[in-house]
Design a protein around this ligand. Structure first.
Ligand code: SF4
Length: 86
């Protein structure tokens, strides 16, 4: 098992679970790395909510926009609710 902890140029170091998740994201959806790094390394609620929704539907922004689970506590504040350009 690779136990190398991931770190960023800014000096953030992620624990093993976070490193494992970041590795999976970098393979599946590298454009989503920054939001997870921000969620893991800051107290940004927006980054945390966005990362949680992305994790819930595994990086499918359309699924978040079209999410029908109104019982989810994040539903009203989920990201990607508006379509750019409309
Ligand atoms: S709002 Fe929808 S996509 Fe976001 S965490 Fe809840 S169920 Fe998942």
């Amino acid at each position: 098992m690779n136990t190398t902890l991931k770190s960023t140029p800014e000096g953030n170091v992620f624990d093993l679970k976070q490193t494992k998740m970041l590795k999976q994201i970098s393979e599946d959806s590298p454009s989503k790395m920054r939001v997870f790094e921000k969620a893991y390394s800051t107290k940004s609620l927006r980054a945390a909510i966005t990362a949680m929704c992305l994790q819930c539907v595994w990086m499918d922004t359309r699924a978040i926009r079209e999410c029908t689970d109104t019982s989810c506590p994040l539903w009203n504040v989920r990201p990607f609710q508006t379509v750019r350009g409309k």
